[in-house]
Design a protein around this ligand. Structure first.
Ligand code: PEP
Ligand code: MG
Length: 292
């Protein structure tokens, strides 16, 4: 069976009637790159940058981050690498950040909220990302967005970072910048958000958690955690339609993107990209190629 899938390497993700979809990989560190290449990913759709920040005693330096991002884009040799900015807090902790213990960490101080209230931390990462951009095709993605105002503040900070790089004659490229749609708020205003960004990537893990009011970490609730809920599928459709109406693309990088029961539904909805665990890439390619 595995050999049959391997025959699909180098082939397109295209239906019998010619509809194409990008199938990218989710990775947690540069160490996963081998699997990405082995499974013929079209790109990296979600590079969780948290690994650089977790399990250590201090913030990673700009240079350290630059080296990791540069290696990632170089390994992908021109294929797209979408790096998500720091998504720490909630289930992912780093002691040196001195984050207070919270009653509801999933609804708390996390991800972009930390980056916007501590821009000195955010800017180090952005500098590293923009410096790495000249070595390949890098895109930046911002997590846990809920409002237009957040996107506007990100844009201001990015502008400052670019001005600083320019002033020090440091080379960088303008890159594609997108946001994760993983809160119901972002889904509901995705028409407005689509005007402001280059792409959407739907984080169905958190989107399901926040829409169904079910803690994704709570095993007792597993039978109630239903990402096939109509509310989720309707939101995905809405987000994709709003992206397209503004001429932007939309993908899915949560676990649901790898759900083979829904691949056909997603292709029919016009989802432009599925970003999944490397081991799922060729399985999804097979399903897409067998679709009418
Ligand atoms: C998601 O929420 O669907 C997602 C991809 O991000 P993470 O699982 O890292 O929260
Ligand atoms: Mg998430």
């Amino acid at each position: 069976k595995k050999n049959l899938l391997l025959k699909l390497k180098g082939k397109e993700n295209v239906t019998k009637s010619g509809k194409k979809i990008n199938i990218y990989a989710n990775i947690g560190s540069v160490g996963d790159m081998g699997y990405v290449l082995e499974n013929d990913a079209g790109g990296i759709g979600l590079f969780r940058s948290e690994f650089l920040y977790i399990g250590r005693n201090e913030l990673p330096t700009e240079e350290e981050q630059f080296q990791a991002y540069k290696q990632a884009v170089q390994n992908m040799a021109g294929k797209k690498v979408i790096i998500r900015t720091l998504d720490i807090g909630a289930d992912k902790q780093a002691d040196y950040l001195n984050l207070e213990k919270e009653e509801n960490p999933a609804l708390g101080y996390r991800a972009i909220r930390i980056c916007l209230s501590q821009p000195e931390i955010f800017k180090v990462q952005l500098r590293a990302l923009f410096r790495a951009s000249v070595y390949g095709t890098l895109s930046i993605m911002y997590p846990m967005i809920t409002s237009v105002e957040e996107v506007m503040r990100i844009k201001e900070i990015v502008k400052e970072v670019k001005a600083e790089l320019k002033a020090s004659d440091t080379p960088y490229k303008d890159v594609e910048e997108g946001i994760m749609i993983e809160t119901p708020a972002a889904a509901m205003i995705s028409d407005e958000l689509a005007e402001l960004v280059d792409f959407f990537s739907i984080g169905t893990n958190d989107l399901t958690q926040y829409t169904l009011a079910i803690d994704r970490q709570n095993e007792k609730l597993e039978e109630f955690y239903n990402p096939h809920h109509k509310a989720i599928l309707k939101m995905i459709k809405m987000v994709v339609d709003n992206a397209h109406a503004a001429g932007k693309w939309a993908g899915i990088c949560g676990e649901l993107g790898a759900d083979t029961e829904l691949t056909e539904t997603f292709v029919n909805m016009g989802v432009d990209e599925l970003s999944v665990a490397p081991s799922m890439i060729l399985k999804l390619r097979k399903i897409v190629r067998e679709m009418e």
